[in-house]
Ligand binder design. Structure first.
Ligand SMILES: [Zn+2]
Ligand SMILES: [Zn+2]
Length: 506
């Protein structure tokens, strides 16, 4: 055991959303280990990130950190203490810089990094000498403040073999141009999920999915471990959930091992930079669960630069209703400007049992089962959302001998009749809603059997677009009435939701 010394860190520098405290130094050694303990107090209103510099001498084989903090009793309705942790290496803590070495949020109380291995959430690699920073993220501080204790242990000796990442292939065995099912928002032990990567892969296969996107919070550490778990039957796409203090977004299809920084707020000017980063990698920017009521989860960055929006997150809840409503409003606005409209997505955000992988899932028309083709389909809105792979839809609009599907435009004169047809499998007794820029224009109940078809006629003059929802009956068994007002929620849970078919000459 090395020497142990208590150090009360003093405030050194305060700047913006981060403060840096006094450094903790270690003497070099040839073998064995040394530990330092850093304690401190953070008041309510502490910076978003607190940097604890650690001077790492040469010859370190492993850096290990554990931490804890007090949890004083607070009145109901007052947030108690909650503090995240992560680490940056000698390359620094600069926003979007090269120094990131891992983040475990509030999920773990300890982690370790060496050349050949790291705790999930952290990046294996050389432990070079220089100033590293343990970073605390006190995202909730009780009125009494937060007392923390961080223990840093350096283990000296031979660094051992290098870690060899195994990234998933960018292609699986597809069926050519076809509809493919995928869940694009999934967590594992690499952030705050309890599922191992193998369990997520098995769950995706059991749910009948063709692809998944791995989106652990704020770290790409899982990317290099997916290789052996992907296969001809399951495309695994790398990504990240970028968890800012003003909302979360999905970076879908980031490069292997690519990290996207999340340490900014809406009032700063950083978001466009990270949007550009993901676009350069060919990935998608998707604001997630924009109305989730949890602290720091509501989306405050607007939709400029977004490629889609996650309007349905996990089991259907009222915040999803809000997300669908505001997404629908933006559709008509985008068409007025003749600009790009924002497609809707749905994902499970499953972290652990009993959360269901694939509830819901995107069903995407893609040229083949490849990373690029699936992302293209989502970007174009050639997709709909299903609660499970038991639900099947066929949604088309036809007029003047032409036919358009989800995400496509039916170019017909304004007054030409347009026949909208929706065939549904797997929602017995469900309710079909057909909605346009005027709202719900047609409602029809499906038979109690497994399948049904709804046909409705409109024109491009009447409807700039048409989209479909399939709802389950409400808790009392009634279908609900889409054009009514009252004290109850008008609808049961969503079973399927489509992107729009656009009508009329552009
Ligand atoms: Zn989230
Ligand atoms: Zn999530």
């Amino acid at each position: 055991m090395g020497r142990r010394r208590l150090l009360r860190a003093g405030l050194a520098v305060g700047a913006g959303a981060a403060i840096t405290l006094a450094p903790t130094a270690f003497a070099a050694a040839a073998e064995g280990e040394r530990t330092r303990v850093i304690t401190g107090h953070l008041p309510t209103g502490a910076a978003d990130f607190v940097h604890l510099p650690v001077e790492v001498p040469p010859g370190v084989r492993e850096i290990a950190v554990s931490y804890g903090y007090d949890r004083p009793v607070v009145p109901p309705g007052t947030p108690g203490n909650s503090c995240d942790i992560g680490i940056f290496d000698e390359r620094g803590t600069g926003l979007g810089g090269p120094g990131f070495r891992g983040w475990s949020g509030g999920f773990r109380t300890s982690f370790a990094i060496s050349r050949g291995a790291a705790t999930p959430g952290y990046l294996p690699g050389p432990v070079r000498p220089g100033t590293w920073h343990v970073v605390l993220g006190p995202y909730q501080v009780a009125p009494q403040g937060l007392d923390y204790r961080v223990e840093v242990t350096l283990r000296f000796g031979d660094p051992g073999p290098e870690f060899t990442p195994s990234y998933p292939p960018e292609r699986a065995r597809g069926r050519g141009r076809a509809w493919y099912r995928g869940d694009c928002h999934l967590h594992t032990v690499h952030s705050d999920g309890r599922r191992l990567l193998a369990e997520v892969a098995a769950g995706a296969r059991a749910a009948g999915l063709d692809f998944i996107v791995s989106t652990d919070h704020n770290t790409p550490s899982s990317h290099g471990a997916w290789g052996p778990l992907a296969g001809p039957d399951l495309l695994v796409v790398t990504g990240e959930e970028v968890t800012t203090r003003n909302g979360h977004w999905l970076a879908l299809g980031t490069g292997p091992g690519e990290w996207v920084d999340w340490r900014y707020r809406a009032r700063e000017d950083a978001h466009p930079r990270f949007v550009r980063q993901v676009h350069r990698s060919g990935g998608l920017v998707v604001p997630a669960h924009p109305y989730c009521p949890y602290i720091a989860c509501q989306w405050k960055f607007g939709y400029e630069g977004a490629d889609a929006v996650e309007v349905w997150n996990g089991p259907w809840t009222y915040d999803d209703e809000s997300a669908v409503d505001s997404w629908d409003s933006r559709l008509a606005e985008a068409l007025r400007h003749g600009g790009r409209w924002l497609p809707a997505m749905g994902n499970s955000d499953a972290h652990s049992e009993p959360q269901v992988i694939g509830l819901p899932q995107n069903v995407v028309l893609a040229a083949d089962l490849t990373r690029a083709d699936v992302l293209d389909g989502l970007r174009a809105g050639r997709s709909w959302i299903a609660e499970s792979s038991a639900v099947e839809l066929d949604f088309t609009a036809t007029g003047q001998g032409r036919r358009a599907g989800i995400g496509e435009r039916l170019s017909v004169p304004a007054d030409a009749p347009v026949d909208v047809r929706l065939a549904v499998v797997g929602v017995p007794g469900g309710t079909v809603r057909l909605l346009t820029d005027e709202g719900q224009l047609h409602q029809e109940s499906l038979p109690a059997s497994d399948r049904g078809t709804v046909v409705w006629r409109t024109t491009a003059a009447l409807a700039a677009y048409v989209r479909a929802e399939v709802r389950h009956p409400r808790a009392d068994g009634t279908p609900g009435q889409g054009n009514s007002m009252g004290p109850d929620l008008p609808w049961g849970p969503m079973a399927a939701l489509t992107n729009p078919i656009l009508l009329g000459v552009h």
